[in-house]
Design a protein around this ligand. Sequence first.
Ligand SMILES: CCCCCCC[C@@H](O)CC(=O)SCCNC(=O)CCNC(=O)[C@H](O)C(C)(C)COP(=O)(O)OP(=O)(O)OC[C@H]1O[C@@H](n2cnc3c(N)ncnc32)[C@H](O)[C@@H]1OP(=O)(O)O
Length: 910
Amino acid sequence: MTSPQQIRYDNRVVVVTGAGSGLGKAYALFFAERGAKVVVNDLGGAFNGGGQDGRVADAVVSEIQRAGGTAVASYDSVENGERIIATATQAFGRIDVLINNAGILRDVTLRNMKDEDWDKIIAVHLTGAWKTTRAAWPWFRKQRYGRVVNTSSTSGLYGNFGQGNYAAAKLALVGFTETLAKEGAKYNIRATALAPSSASRLTATVWPPEMMAAMDPAWVVPLVGVLVHESLPAHLSGGIFEAAAGHYDMLRWERSRGALLRPDENLTPDVLLRSWDKVVDFTDAEHPRGVAGAMGLLQRANQLPPNVPGTPIRFDGKVVLVTGGGDGLGRAYARLFGRLGAKVVVNDLARAEGVAKEIRDAGGEAIAVALSVERGDEVVAKVVETYGRIDIVVNNAGILRDKAFANMSDEQWTAVINVHLRGTYKVTKAAWPHMLRQKYGRIVNISSTSGIYGNFGQANYAAAKTGILGFSRTIAREGAKYNIHVNTVAPSAGTAMTRTVRPEAEVQQLKPEFVAPLIALLCSDVCPTPTGGMYEAGSGWFAATRWQRARGVDFPHDEGVPSVEAVKDALSHITDFDDGRADNPESPSDGGKWAVENILRSSKSVNIRREDRTNRKYLNKIAAAIGANGPPTRFTYTDKDVILYNLGLGASHTDLPLVYEKHPDFHPLPTFAVVPTYTSKAPYILADILPNFNPRLLLHGEQYLELKSWPIPTSGTLLTTTKLVEVVDKANAAVVRRAATTTTDEGKPLFYSESAAFIRGSGNFGGSRNASDRGPATAANKPPARAPDAVVSETTPTNLAAIYRLSGDRNPLHIDSAFSSVGGFKVPILHGLATFGIAAKHVSARYGPWRAIKVRFAGTVLPGETIVTEMWREDGRVIFQAKVQETGKVCLSAAAAELGLPGGGEKASL
Ligand SMILES: CCCCCCC[C@@H](O)CC(=O)SCCNC(=O)CCNC(=O)[C@H](O)C(C)(C)COP(=O)(O)OP(=O)(O)OC[C@H]1O[C@@H](n2cnc3c(N)ncnc32)[C@H](O)[C@@H]1OP(=O)(O)O
């Protein structure tokens, strides 16, 4: 029975992308149950974007039909969004509601990101939403009715470590949504952006089961039901919402009143520094939905008294790249850096040489690089080739292809996204390794007020420009500990680009030079708020912009999922910014804060993590586990195991002492000593002692091995006892160090080892941040400055991991790409202990036997790559490191071996 007040969607046609599981499925079932005709779109791919399976959508359609609802399936990728919309219009003759929900993840830090990781995420989240919305738009306009919900994410709103691609796409959808709202207003088309948090196959790898249960997608559905209902108030179109676990709220932009300074040639970075507290003072802040009035500000600024200079800010010795530096704002930035002592690389397709010459003529140092930013690697290569380093990047290059959304073409969309967003990524990605190595970098990415607030005719530009902010916020986090600062600036000035939208007289007055001091200050070493900021500037005015969030409404978790009617009734509270309870969230954990609090208030919360409760729980468990011995584990082996192990370290059929049991010198390679530890029983379970333990995110971090007797038997029964030594809290990871002692069956000591596992995502439990000094087991050996005394390289066979695993470490990370991809590796990686064994082999090949050896696994090795071991003989030790020849990256660091045979009982010294 339908009650009169019930919210219904009868005769509405709803398209849900990614509706095969999780949130999308929950939406589809809900709308069908409330009378809508639903297009269930799902490609049925893996969560990282591979594969396809039509049964996923079919299953949801069947479920809807069994319940008496109406639905059809669509199996298209959102990249072919027009086909999804065609499915709706062909089956039902219209489309009323579009929920852009489909998504995939490719989490990886910028350091390790491949172009494919970037492109795939942008293609699915952003291009996908563009394609579906663009195809639905003419229908919406014709009907004078349309509702769009774009799925954003707290990772995008606040930036999240390891999600530069995803954050870019997700914040791009905010600028896109705001523009749709502006353009759709007069056609009764309303668009909103939603950052939901819910349990899904994407979160299953990182959340504990209790959290998964409490974050059921059903909790998000009622708000979406309200956002796409015909009753949604017009003023909420363009709004950004959060929903999770019974908590619902709304976000908006908050802008400081800022500092207004006299715009003349004395407006320098040091002058701005003196007023910085005003820039970041949010007292009496504004909450704009559009650009600040540039001409009004300019008039006021011109009346101000002369600027008072501070200590000059200089960039002597620094190398600066300004993209799009041939004209307008970029030219002003480049010239200012040149004047302040930097070596400037002016990048632009046109006029770059002219600006470089201007700088040189004024006594500065500059070159021009006339390449598209889409070839960012070549641009940066040129910078480094010329000046040997790159300290500062200003990603300023841009183009405009303004067009009303209804008429925007794929070409216009793609060109703008590629130059602004992909160009910024490409240049930054290329500069990043240099900045990491230098432990120094300053990046300013240029956004736009059209992006932040959305702008009519600029759906492409607004998406690109907010995407840049999501990207910047993420890499600001990733770069923080390497002294790489990343900020975003939305400038406003008269340039060739704004000439199309502003009268010429205004263009002349709004000089780019009035923005440039901010760029320079953010790239200096003295900016009081060094990284992660978002600023607006123009006309001598400089302000900071951040999120403000309404406190929203919490529906008690114990009472179950609220009805859509209840959420609609609460809408004025959900969107109330003025009740004195609004906050300014900055991180993804701020994003989930109220939802988690809501769960914790429920009676079911006993098992759910609250920071202190959880911390105490883990710290207690770790304390209880440390020192306790596991049961001695018996390991019986024969010459076959020895041969298999040796083969797993690349022994060939001609290495008879390693592969032929009848050879008089037949022996295991000495690192065989680690093999009995693979099957030994630990007195603890990692999932118990660590928060968020996910085996896919575990990597071998360090290994120490000491041989206690020699030779190593070629067969026999050994006993191994392990214990937990320590668990170190590295914030983003936990390092778990385990010791293992192996004896013969009769108790004769054979080996002692310590292994450290590096488990990403399991830190922040309040544990000690620093490892204990465990002498040789933790020695941080550094190679001497001279060239290595010996180098041995060895190309690993492509099937090496497949062989090595048969010696006992059957971790799927080394064989199963579906598993390894969750940890960020496209293909299964080589066992750390295989690399260790190979390098150890190289040491003994050059310097004879060793009795103790230690390495840190500094980088991954892929089967088939060549391991190059560089060695330095120092007294009784060999300090070594290993690199991957193909990438030049270090894979073993802090490594050393103590030469000689075991005996004497003295402690190893590495
Ligand atoms: C109980 C033992 C069981 C072992 C089971 C093993 C099972 C096997 O099947 C698994 C494997 O074989 S995995 C393959 C081998 N290992 C690898 O390939 C890892 C390569 N290393 C990396 O990728 C990074 O160094 C990485 C990801 C490890 C670190 O990189 P980043 O996140 O960039 O860290 P960084 O910023 O450099 O440093 C953060 C803090 O952590 C410390 N640290 C870094 N590398 C470490 C490492 N390898 N081991 C231990 N600690 C390490 C740093 O000192 C730093 O600490 P602080 O902040 O205090 O300076």
